[in-house]
Design a binder for this molecule. Sequence first.
Ligand code: GDP
Length: 299
Amino acid sequence: ENIIVGVSNLPNQRFKIVSEQGGTFTLMVCGESGLGKTTFINTLFQTTLKHADPHQRRNQPIKRTVEIDVLRAILEEKNFSLRVNVIDTPGFGDNVNNNKSWQTIVDFIDEQHDSYMRQEQQPHRDVKFDLRVHAVLYFIRPTGHGLKPLDIETMKRISTRANLIPVIAKSDTLTAKELQEFKLRIRQVVEAQDIRIFTPPLDESESPDPAVMEHARQLIESMPFAVVGSETKFDNGQGTLVPARKYPWGIVEVENDNHCDFRKLRSLLLRTNLLDLILSTEELHYEAYRKLRLEGSGA
Ligand code: GDP
């Protein structure tokens, strides 16, 4: 069993920062349509989260970007509960004009920063509505070849505004060897193109916990995470029903580390690096946006 740092076990000070901010985590998923984004969200909810209000899936108070769908859920730990928003974006890549398909995503991220900034400028600094995006999962088509120019362009734009986490969609459609080669190729392109992806920081304190360090190293080595999603459960051969995809030769289990990186990704998002994602959004991405806007308006 992998070491998992639960939210409630985090050092007090950082824990306090987040709980004071209301304990909200906002995750966005994007990429071409048909890559399993919606299935991934449902799998994540089924295995970890509770719907805050299942009847309110649609028609959330978001203007303009009508096609963007926000799902709300609660993550409960021993003495901590976190509101989780998941933002499902319209798939792109299927339009005739693909040139600016990243625009909706980038606009949404900017609008949330903008809305937060304006609320902060109010006399009482009473922030009621915060959908600043803490992490963006970018779904890559499992071609085995490489990244398309559109992928590169989109990832570059996202990475200047938010924590970008590329994932290989439907990784069960690749063999283990194809997957390893594909991961390597993506890592090379990310480096060559200077795309800033989110990387779990290694503990640089004087006495780092070896188990935590090892977990962080494993997360870094697994990038980009290979993802399998499924809303259906199958017998894992030991009489337990588990979320999986069925093939004539057997099943691919969502929560099996030998089959895909779903558990690693979930741990990074909701446990080990939850605070890093929230704090870097606040300190890095939001601050950069604020500075840009204030300078731009001559204020
Ligand atoms: P979206 O358009 O990105 O939201 O994709 P959907 O979640 O609607 O999934 C599109 C299709 O891919 C559906 O038929 C899913 O059952 C299938 N699918 C979703 N996730 C996976 C996966 O991990 N592996 C495989 N092989 N198929 C998947």
